[in-house]
Design a binder for this molecule. Sequence first.
Ligand code: FEO
Ligand code: CA
Ligand code: CA
Length: 643
Amino acid sequence: MAKDLTSLEDSNRSANATIHQVSDPSRRRVLMASAVTGLFSQLAGGCATLSGAGAAMGARGRPGFAPIAPGTGDRLVVPEGYVAQVIAPWGEPVGVAGRMPAFRLDAGNSAEDQSVQMGMHHDGLHFFPFGDRSDRGVLAMNHEYTDDGLLHPDGTASWSAEKVRKSQAAHGLSVIEVARVADGSWNVVRPSRHARRVTMSTPHALGGPAAGHRLMRTAADPEGRQVLGTLNNCAAGMTPWGSYLSGEENFAGYFDAGREIPEHHRRWGLREKSGYRWAEFDERFNAQKHPNEPNRFGWIVELDPMDPTAMPIKRTALGRAAHEGAWVAVTRDQRAVVYSGEDARFEYLYRFVSRDPIRPARPGQTAAQANRDLLDHGTLYVARFDADGTGRWIALVHGSGPLTASQGFADQAEVLIKARQASDAVGGTRMDRPEWIAIDPIERWVCCTLTNNSARGTPGQPAADAANPRERNVMGQIIRWREAGDFDGERFEWEHLVLAGDPANEREDARGNIRGDLFACPDGIAFGPMGILWVQTDVSATQMHRGEFARIGSNQMLAFDAHDGRFLRFLTGPVNCEVTGAAFTPDGRTLFVNIQHPGESPGERSDPRAPRRFSNWPDFLPDGRPRSATVVITRRDGGVIGT
Ligand code: FEO
Ligand code: CA
Ligand code: CA
């Protein structure tokens, strides 16, 4: 115990030191000067993670709003001077011409209706402007999962094929066209030629080394080159060539693996029975009968949001994982570097470096079309964080080290399909649930939220380490690293930006070192206008407002002031929601955020046959069902968000 406390104190010191370093103007100038070349390439490529204004200004701004109190009650709160407007809740038609069924308040829409309506449980999103416009464009977003207790009028009673189809239609992605109107508010444009749903019925191509591999072939797809659907899509990024990247996260939870679970499936977390109950009416989710079907999930999906006819593609070169999402940096010679983690206890952080540089579009071609196979060729690495504050990227390349046929990796495709096993073999660092990643456009830090890991240090589980310093880590932390040289450097330096949690917590190993407004379980993270870092949280409904979480309030969104190391609370969400997804218009004057699972029932993800309602946000109808929705945030004076 004493040893653990020492390491905690050490990491606290290191995090505090970080804050002093960032706030030391002389050091900051040096850092900015050394970052200029790489920053230029990143911005020239359209900077993947920073979608707001001010990126090119080179100096980091300071949050300029009056922070709000911790959240309570069934409402969404933003600071004085800001306006929050709800658009596109679950069930609204996305705007496919001739197919715009209205949402039924009793959840009585059919699976067919649902396939052209907003899916359930909005998560990552990104705004793709028309040209450089800040008043019109498309929003692409993920729908992570369904709560079937809310999805059907009678919940999960009388489970049926139609209910499975509706659940599958409420998963996937939505693309909607949005426009600002004269009074400054935003509308969903309906109909729109861009409007689109991607569901479990949508064909996806497989790209990269695992396409066509024997482990990807099924009875329905003997070639192993096309998969129906995408699921559990969590966070989202975008590429410099204008495509949308979506992570397939906890795919294991959709398959029934039976009692005798093969070692490969066991390593990926498949269980005897799935809570979604799809296998009861859709046999491909029976992993005993279709053992390769799970291998076709857990990939990063790339979608061209501007072309509603473009088939989404699963990019196998980026590795299979319980992918939270994927975020792109650009090397000085214009190769794409894709960072991705897996939101699972004791799993890994990955980096992919493309073989080829990003190609400019030829006449008559879009940038997305010019780079259609860019992410199919390159090298995947897993991160190792060492105790001395440095780290190393270990290549997952067939034939190197233990990644050989005799160790269970027949070829590169098998290394990618079994990326967890490959990472185990080469000694990657087992992390505290990596969620979102954001790349600092000013100082080139790559920031990653490690949301929590209550199993860390418990019997039979990995102990705390330098990068994951707390046992029974219920509060989470934000780690950041900077590559040596360019974004493809083999080594990096790393440190904690912050350990989340209440500094006054009685439990020493849950005590954080936040300065300013308190939060726990960081999840969404993004750089916005003026290089300000934004953080969103996902405390589970079972913990919120209780015990050591009592002073933290509802899930929220905060801005980080790098000049003094303080966090400022900007938004608090309705009852038991998660706050996720942050996308700014190019002028930085509009922010889109998703509110996921308002009214989530504590202790149960789903199933209440007669669901008890903990929230009726955002409709506030007496018998209304809570609905995930997008929130559009603007300033009353039309100014840049957060400044
Ligand atoms: Fe779906 Fe990792 O949050
Ligand atoms: Ca998340
Ligand atoms: Ca989360």
